[in-house]
Design a protein around this ligand. Structure first.
Ligand SMILES: C[S@@+](CC[C@H](N)C(=O)[O-])C[C@H]1O[C@@H](n2cnc3c(N)ncnc32)[C@H](O)[C@@H]1O
Length: 357
């Protein structure tokens, strides 16, 4: 072992802990995945937000032989902050009462984040990462990590795998309902002067619907691929248009791009942005593109912020996407012919980027 002579036993044990902590990090995710599949948060929620193990057991399906193991799963989930645990004295002795933390409150109730969390933890999403080092050893242009594992790009894979496609679309709707509620409250003024808006690659229209509801004077439409638009909700205040953003973008006063450009390479982003620029009027006539995406390093990131942003970058690398820092954003924005931009980092690890022609 290449240890320096000054290493103390304690520091060496701390170093081993570091390796173990990182090596076992996937068990955290798998415990969360299991909790979602067993619907443990729903079970606690249905008991008013706090439940003992026997109460949880009345709501979830488990083989009786595995009941003792549930306590151990819950110990991981409480230690990692998904649920809380409090000791309570009752007639028969001490009982642990499990509660929802703010994080698990986001997994229950109407329009919750469990579809997005389930999609991130789905075997289709996770399995490509086992081939990461093999992917690094292949020459570019190589298939993405996702393509190496599944034989298709995500865009070709989902139409052929309706379950995965459905979950992916639903996950986006759940994320959009969540984040757009905050966008409207924290930075609703970005929609000042907007009269019509096209949500490019807007999926089933979660974001466009939120904008149309909060700002009824804005005529909202969604552009997405035909197989996605075919499943769009029938009666909404949003118009759905089937098309290809690499071909053209329907005209509007402004274009909205939520969680799109991080899916694509710089060259592809420049193509999409050029089509967006053609779709909108000049700046003096109110034209702008509103991007909701991550700006790596933006805001006042703490360690968890930083780690989440760089983990997201590797996550996106699996489909040949990328999370960009400000310089990288500036490069594609200016290459697409825009003259100015403004970053507002008020959405946790994500930001709003207003881009002007
Ligand atoms: C990550 S999802 C984002 C959906 C939505 N913007 C949201 O955040 O809820 C990416 C979307 O891009 C769409 N998409 C992929 N290629 C496209 C293309 N060439 N033209 C239009 N939409 C496309 C997909 O169908 C999918 O709905």
């Amino acid at each position: 072992m290449a240890l320096t002579t000054s290493s103390t036993n304690q520091s060496v044990l701390d170093a081993q802990l570091e390796l173990w902590h990182t090596s076992l990090a996937y068990i955290k995710s798998m415990a969360l995945k299991c909790a979602l599949e067993l619907r443990i948060a729903d079970a606690i929620h249905s008991h008013g937000g706090a439940a003992t193990l026997p109460q949880i057991l009345t709501k979830i399906t488990l083989h009786p032989s595995k009941i003792p193991c549930l306590r151990r799963l819950l110990r991981v989930l409480t230690t990692t902050g998904v649920f809380s645990a409090q000791q309570h004295l009752d007639g028969g002795g001490e009982q642990v009462v499990y509660g929802l933390t703010l994080a698990s409150q986001l997994l229950v109730g109407p329009s919750n984040l469990s579809p997005m969390t389930s999609a991130m933890l789905h075997s289709v999403t996770v399995s490509p990462f086992l081939g990461l080092s093999a992917w690094f050893q292949r020459e570019l242009p190589a298939p993405s990590l996702f393509e190496m594992e599944h034989g298709h790009t995500p865009w070709d894979f989902t139409p052929q795998n309706p379950d995965a496609g459905g979950l992916s679309n639903e996950s986006m709707v759940s994320d959009s309902s969540f984040i757009m509620n905050i966008v409207v409250k924290e930075c609703g003024d970005i929609f000042n002067g907007v009269t019509s808006l096209v949500d490019v690659a807007g999926g089933l229209g979660g974001a466009a619907q939120a904008i149309a509801t909060a700002f009824p004077h804005v005529a909202c439409s969604v552009l997405d691929l035909p197989h996605v638009v075919a499943n769009a909700p029938a009666s909404t205040n949003v118009k759905y248009i089937a098309g290809d953003m690499f071909e053209s973008v329907p005209p509007a006063n402004s274009v909205f791009l939520k969680w799109i450009l991080h899916d694509w390479s710089d060259d592809e982003c420049v193509k999409i942005l050029k089509n967006c620029k053609k779709a909108i009027p000049p700046r003096h006539a109110g034209g702008k593109v509103i991007i909701l995406d991550m700006v790596v390093g933006a805001g006042l990131p703490n360690q968890k912020h930083k780690e989440t942003q760089v983990l997201f970058d590797l996550f996106m690398m699996s489909i040949n996407g990328t999370e960009r820092d400000e310089q990288e954003w500036e490069k594609i924005i200016f290459q697409a012919g825009f003259s100015d931009y403004k970053i507002t980092p008020v959405l946790g690890v994500r930001s709003i980027i207003e881009v002007y022609p």
